[in-house]
Design a protein around this ligand. Structure first.
Ligand code: MG
Length: 245
């Protein structure tokens, strides 16, 4: 009885996801290959990153829609390929990012597909990402997140057994469950206002992730509320807080 209790407590422990990788340190930059390598060294649950498709179908890793004044989904890769990140790395291709991630299967790849400027582009980007994840052999360690409900629905259709979480914060867990979406990944302010969604999601066997939690008091509040994952720019602080308990 006691053993079973301990196991359930352990499995319920909140885990840490590095937001845009671990970039808040020397030699790193948001969404860089280095940020993935540095997240890996922390032995946390996962490392998050953002994915766009260029106008000619190349998948790249970047947060903003626009780089150096060019909207990624309207620009051919040729015009983007020489762009440098803050740490000197070039704009990563999704393929090289996933192959780097594959070197340590224990670090989950939390792949955000961004909201493209047409439904057609979004559908093509989603299909291409799912193909690339399959081709690079990282399907088992990849989990998807997206603000676009369209992207989430496409993911359910294309890769139904994979973890897929919705980011936009405007739907209750049961509405997403009905669409076969497996988790909520909501802004801190949304979950503070709707704490009952955490329990509701768990009752529905859905996962709960929260972004972007950078203050220790907020981390503690979310740990106490039993979220499954905390997505943070301060993964070291979050990890320390959890292991201290
Ligand atoms: Mg993101």
């Amino acid at each position: 009885m006691l053993a079973a209790f301990s196991i359930s407590v352990l499995s319920a422990q909140t885990k840490v996801i590095a937001h845009r990788g671990y970039w808040n340190c020397e030699g790193s930059a948001q969404n860089s290959i280095a940020s993935l390598q540095k997240a890996r060294e922390l032995h946390i649950y996962g490392s998050e990153f953002d994915v766009w498709m260029t106008s000619d179908g190349v998948l790249v890793v970047n947060h903003d829609a626009t780089v150096e004044g060019m909207r990624i989904d309207d620009t051919p890769y040729e015009k983007l390929k020489d762009i440098r990140l803050k740490n000197g790395e070039k704009l990563p291709l999704l393929e090289e990012y996933l192959l780097e991630g594959k070197k340590d299967k224990k670090t989950k790849l939390i792949l955000e597909i961004k909201s493209h400027n047409t439904k057609d582009k979004e559908d093509r980007a989603t299909a291409a990402v799912v193909e690339m994840v399959k081709k690079t052999g990282v399907k088992k360690q990849t989990e998807y997140i997206a603000f676009s409900l369209n992207v989430c629905k496409e993911l359910v259709r294309l890769t139904p057994k994979t973890e897929i979480a919705y980011l936009n914060g405007d739907l209750a867990p049961q509405e997403l469950k009905a669409l076969k979406i497996s988790g909520i990944d909501y802004n801190l302010s949304v979950l503070k206002k709707n704490k009952d969604w955490i329990e509701k999601a768990h009752q529905l066997k859905m996962k709960v992730n929260v972004w972007t939690v950078n203050k220790e008091a907020d981390m503690q509040e979310m740990i106490d509320a039993k979220v499954d994952y905390i997505t943070t720019d301060n993964p070291v602080a979050a990890r320390e807080l959890i292991t201290k308990k």
